[in-house]
Write a protein of this length. Structure first.
Length: 265
């Protein structure tokens, strides 16, 4: 499950309260499973446990960006029987420095476990390398820490030949016998399904960011209805939500059938 927030920009401009929504989305099926209104993005940190309480934690893996890489979040997930994959940046300076040192001065001996992917598309060649290490286990008190990892991204723009290199660090509670480096890389990449399968669809297909409803909880209710619509369409097997909306707008009886309403002649 991916944890991430989204601001309802049109409603915010109209002064509506609670227009930043923190959500949990299933990577594989693209369903929004929980949603919590917060006053702004920084308050995701204080409200994430309220979202976790709405979910089944045992046996689940939770992914998040660096903002939610917090000790209390990691502790809540492992206490509930779940696991986490967290990106580590400057908001956790000591943890970031420790991980950076691990991969700057790797231990001698066997090579560290790693995985590599190469994608060609959208005018780019993108190579990702993920390397894991258990070197900090027992030496860092981050809750549930089982491995740290480094992701190197090398992107080449085919038209111009321009190259871009980026290094990102992370932590996970998943032990090496439970997850391969390739699976861990898939979890990190899969986190962005919350953008592609939910946030982007709500903005582009349903024009959410231009909605100006502002009274009470209406912005959050409308977001929940959009999430429900996307979920119903994905459950029905539609992968292109915009095309599905056009099809069902022309055939409303099919749309009603999806929610169990059959028209009588």
């Amino acid at each position: 499950m991916a944890l991430d927030g989204k601001t309802l920009r049109g409603s915010r401009k109209q002064g509506a309260p609670g227009v930043h929504l923190l959500s949990a989305l299933s990577h594989h099926v693209g369903l929004t499973l929980a949603q919590q209104a917060v006053s702004d993005k920084t308050n995701e940190i204080t409200q994430v446990e309220a979202v976790l309480r709405q979910l089944v934690l045992p046996g689940r893996v939770f992914t998040m960006d660096a903002l939610l890489t917090q000790r209390h979040v990691a502790q809540a997930i492992v206490d509930g029987g779940g696991d986490y994959v967290m990106i580590v940046k400057a908001n956790q300076p000591q943890l970031h420095a420790d991980i950076e040192l691990v991969f700057t001065l790797p231990p001698a001996g066997d090579p560290q476990p790693s995985a590599r992917t190469v994608d060609i598309g959208h005018g780019r060649i993108e190579q990702r390398n993920l390397t894991t290490s258990e070197a900090l286990v027992g030496h860092n008190d981050w809750p549930g820490l089982a491995q740290v990892f480094e992701i190197g991204r090398h992107v080449i723009t085919k038209k111009t030949g321009e190259e871009r290199v980026e290094v990102v660090y992370g932590v996970t509670s998943l032990r090496p016998e439970r997850v391969t480096p390739g699976q861990l890389l898939a979890f990190v990449r899969g986190h962005w399904h919350i953008e592609n399968k939910s946030h982007w669809v709500r903005d582009v297909t349903f024009d959410e960011d231009r909605s100006q409803v502002r009274c009470g909880n209406i912005p959050q209710v409308m977001a929940a209805l959009r999430n429900t619509t996307i979920g119903v369409l994905r459950w029905a097997g539609h992968t292109n939500i915009a095309a599905a909306c056009r099809q069902l707008a022309a055939q409303p009886a099919q749309a009603l059938a999806l929610i169990g309403i059959a028209l009588e002649n």
